[in-house]
Design a protein around this ligand. Structure first.
Ligand SMILES: NC(=O)c1ccc[n+]([C@@H]2O[C@H](COP(=O)([O-])OP(=O)(O)OC[C@H]3O[C@@H](n4cnc5c(N)ncnc54)[C@H](OP(=O)(O)O)[C@@H]3O)[C@@H](O)[C@H]2O)c1
Length: 549
């Protein structure tokens, strides 16, 4: 007998042959099947989460590693899997006990490990550091109420405090060993939620400052566009990749070192959001220490995913939070996402944002053409709209592009490289298993897009054509895919996702500038795009941003 969705008793049973599949299908196969079911029947998502919660809740006690254990990396990894699953199904506060356990046990293992065996342990601890950052984002999200955010109750506060204290203890204990402290990002994130002043934290400013190349102001990018009177590079660096260790996790100093490298190559514009983990915090730390900060362009987002009562105070409180996390008094571009088109209060919120002197320019995020035009008609000046735009998702060409051109609004585009699939390394490769450890969350997102667009075989034909064009222009496939989007007159910039401290493409991305696709290149690509389902995507998913609603 199984349990039903509402916790009562269900009369349904699992057919014996179906049960044979569940018992025997390898775990990676089960993952693919579960994912397909959730895509085909999104209505079962709630039940899936509910059943996961029940299973996980039973597992918590046995996942805590006892104080006197001497756990292996595999043991630590099993506890991490349960903690991550708790985050995934909304048990954010409850997961903190497991993360605290991982900090304590991880630090103990670190102090016992020989220098020669450190590498995989350090990678693991960096991933726990990233998990805790993600847990803090989830905790913050769980505090949303319609008038803003509620304060934590005593029980919740003590769970965060317990975790924070374990990180401080780990810091103090490791000071006497010769080991690098692995939880720098968690330390700052937990302190932020508790409202602790930065001064109360162990200071690593000097060490961070050393990561920043300070000598010269950054060069101007070869291609720029005007946004609210600022000259801005036509490639932004996107920091969604910092929101989860599923993209890989790096220490603050490695990330700051890579911010510095981006800026010194002329990639001075960065895109982040209120829910991209600690991206705003680490970036704010970098830009506050960077000596030529006026050359940097900071774009972040205010995303309303939960019903809210719009008031000037609530909107101003969000701007204050962005400023605090970014350590700035002015935000160059604040992009606004609104989930509920049936509630026209987005116009009120945008009006309050445009009246806030701390917001230099207001932008939109994932607005469709109809609602973007509502904003324009209400007299609010928006400078940009951030939308998905690539060779496999060309929805902006149908309506959005001409509306933007008419009203001098620039598109900032994401997904332009399909999370890295539009690159030489995927040419001639078989369709990937999306749960392979090397596949990132953004690739999972865009893999569905590739399927809807025309499937893996047609995508390979596209890569072949891109390779021919790339060879002709002495560039890479990714440069041609970027160029195709940049060549639309209403596109301000392509936002290229960056796995800061994990992978590095600044040298290659410089080669997207300074040339254009000629008509024979365009024809070659068009011949493939014509055979895709690009129009069906627009008709079935809807205009830009519809996939989120
Ligand atoms: N508003 C929204 O709803 C929304 C949604 C998604 C993203 N965004 C924004 O847009 C940004 C873009 O992220 P995305 O997820 O859409 O990913 P993307 O930009 O399509 O792909 C990023 C990946 O492409 C690969 N790459 C970058 N340059 C390359 C080059 N020159 N050659 C080969 N590969 C290259 C890298 O993969 P490897 O690291 O594996 O090498 C990188 O991680 C995000 O960070 C975020 O700021 C916004």
């Amino acid at each position: 007998m199984g349990s039903s969705q509402n916790g009562g008793v269900s009369t349904a049973h699992v057919n014996m042959m179906t049960d044979t599949i569940i018992a025997n299908l390898p775990a990676d196969g089960l993952r693919v099947v579960v994912r397909s079911l959730l895509v085909l029947f999104p209505g079962i998502t709630g039940a899936f989460e509910q059943e996961t919660k029940k299973y996980i809740t039973q597992k918590v006690a046995s996942s805590i590693i006892p104080e006197d254990a001497n756990p292996s990396l595999v043991d630590l990894g099993k506890t991490q899997q349960i903690a991550r699953s708790m985050l995934g199904c909304g048990l954010s506060f409850q997961s903190l006990e497991l993360f605290q356990n991982l900090v304590i046990q991880g630090a103990a293992v670190l102090s016992r490990t020989n220098d020669s065996d450190l590498s995989s342990l350090e990678i693991f601890l960096a991933s726990v550091d990233g998990d805790i950052v993600q847990a803090m984002t989830a905790v913050q999200k769980s505090l949303f109420i319609d008038t803003g955010a509620r304060v934590m109750n005593d029980g919740e506060k003590s769970m965060v405090k317990g975790l924070h204290q374990s990180i401080i203890d780990c810091h103090d204990a490791l000071k006497i060993t010769n080991r690098d402290f692995p939880f720098g990002r968690s330390l700052v994130s937990t302190a932020g939620i508790l409202g602790l002043p930065r001064a109360a934290l162990p200071d690593a400013s000097q060490q961070l400052y050393n990561q920043i190349a300070v000598a010269q102001p950054p060069p101007q990018a070869q291609e720029t566009f005007q946004l609210n009177g600022r000259n801005v590079p036509r490639i932004f660096s996107g920091l969604w990749q910092m929101s989860s260790p599923a993209w890989g996790a790096a220490s603050t100093s490695k990330i700051v070192g890579q911010f510095s490298k981006h800026v010194q190559q002329g990639f001075t514009a960065f895109d982040m959001a209120d829910h991209y983990g600690d991206a705003e915090i680490v970036f704010g730390r970098f830009s506050s220490l960077y000596p030529h900060k006026d050359a940097i362009f900071t774009a972040t987002k205010y995303c309303v995913f939960h019903p809210m009562a719009v008031s000037r105070e609530a909107v101003q409180a969000n701007v204050s939070e962005r400023c605090r996390r970014l350590q700035t008094e002015k935000i160059d571009l604040l992009q606004f996402h609104w989930q509920f088109y049936d509630n026209p209060d987005y116009l009120k919120a945008l009006q309050f944002l445009s009246e806030d002197s701390r917001v230099a320019a207001v932008g939109l995020c994932n607005f469709d053409t109809k609602h973007l035009l509502n904003v324009v008609e209400s007299g609010i000046r928006v400078h940009a709209n951030q939308v998905q735009f690539s060779l496999v998702d060309s929805r902006p060409v149908f309506e959005m592009g001409s509306a933007c051109e008419k009203h001098d609004i620039k598109l900032l585009t994401y997904g332009t490289l399909c999370g890295g699939f539009l690159a030489d390394k995927w040419l001639g490769k078989a369709e990937p298993d999306v749960y392979d450890g090397s596949i990132t969350p953004s690739q999972r997102k865009y893999f569905e897009m590739i399927r809807s667009w025309g499937g893996w075989d047609l995508f390979q034909e596209l890569l072949v054509a891109l390779r021919i064009i790339a060879t002709k222009h002495h560039v890479d496939i990714s440069n041609v895919a970027t160029r195709w989007v940049l060549d639309f007159p209403y596109v301000g910039a392509v936002i290229v996702g960056a796995r800061m401290g994990i992978s590095e493409h600044t040298d290659e991305n410089l080669r997207s500038f300074g040339w254009t696709l000629d008509s024979s290149d365009q024809d070659m690509l068009e011949a493939i795009l014509k055979r895709s389902r690009r129009k069906d995507i627009y008709e079935h998913i809807g205009d830009c941003g519809a996939e989120y609603r």
